[in-house]
Design a protein around this ligand. Sequence first.
Ligand code: PLP
Length: 393
Amino acid sequence: MSIKSFHPPQRILMGPGPSDVSPRVLEALSRPTIGHLDPVFVSLMDEMKVLLKYAFQTGNELTMPVSAPGSAGMETCFVNLVEPGDKVIVCQNGVFGARMKENVERCGGIAVMVQDDWGRAVDPQKLEDALKANPDTRVVAFVHAETSTGAQSDAQTLVAIAHKYHCLTIVDAITSLGGTPLKVDEWNIDAVYSGTQKCLSCTPGLSPVSFSAQAQEKIKNRKTKVQSWFMDLNLVMGYWGGATKRAYHHTAPINALYGLHEALVILQEEGLQNAWARHQKNHLALRAGMEAMGLKFVVPEHERLPQLNAISVPEGVDEAAVRTILLSDYNLEIGAGLGAMAGKVWRIGLMGHASNPRNVRLCLGALDDVLGRLNAPIHHGVAVDAANQQLVD
Ligand SMILES: *Cc1c(COP(=O)(O)O)cnc(C)c1O
């Protein structure tokens, strides 16, 4: 047997992540590997922190990428901020809130769940009621951009309510970072984690995190050791910390960090505001095309994420067959529904590098064709024109 080199096909990634990776990032990944304590690499780490602070809009010193995917960023926040016996309110409006509950319980905490409908934002009033009923709560956690449903919650309001009741806040910003406004300092978020493969258009496998001074205070004054050695920020900071002499903690994923550095340089060149505006503009064009076809969005307009569009599958259409044809005939990947929404929705990502007019037109044209072949009840031949009208200026 002789196994040959692996060469993936060239896809267009318009699902819930990963998104298309910029060729500049792919090129950066292939640069020569150097030592993880090489002075040149240490200067890259310093620049990385500056770039991440910009992306998160924060001055937090404790801002860095965890060397593992977004789920590890989530876990880093929970294991460091939740001690055994701590009560944590988790607002759940999709798949990822359930993972937060798991994290709380595995840290020995007590999770109090506040449930909202899938496809809707977290209701601030429900959070406030839960805090009144549970005055001993230490931490409030919620997902800013629910990738499983396409709903965006009002992080600023939710954090303000949590602080009124003297709680720290953990915010999942995996899909929001770089795609929709996220202002860590202005909104006073205590702990935030993100991912690289959504709106930063980098390869998966790293998780940028940031912690406020209050969160750091809590971590320093823990009564118990963080149960995860790898994610204990007191130890990780010996490697990533600014003033300290860098000491070996783990071998950083050197080339992956070249990639993230390049992705963040691209974001800085475009400017955050411009990136947010681009995601919104392409979303509006996709929306115009979808609505012209007669397809409907799951999330009410004022709660929609521009980078993740959940579309209801029309009556009688085999949603998996549509995705299969899109992949085979157009090399185009869109996402299926998750959890309660499996089989009922498509999730179309317009994230990072993939949020561009060409992809909007391609996706609409391809859907028009495939739905036609499957005799779906839609309006044909109008979607791309409707999108073009949004894209002119
Ligand atoms: C993608 C995603 C995650 C998980 O990130 P991984 O990199 O797959 O571990 C968590 N939360 C949200 C909201 C996400 O979109």
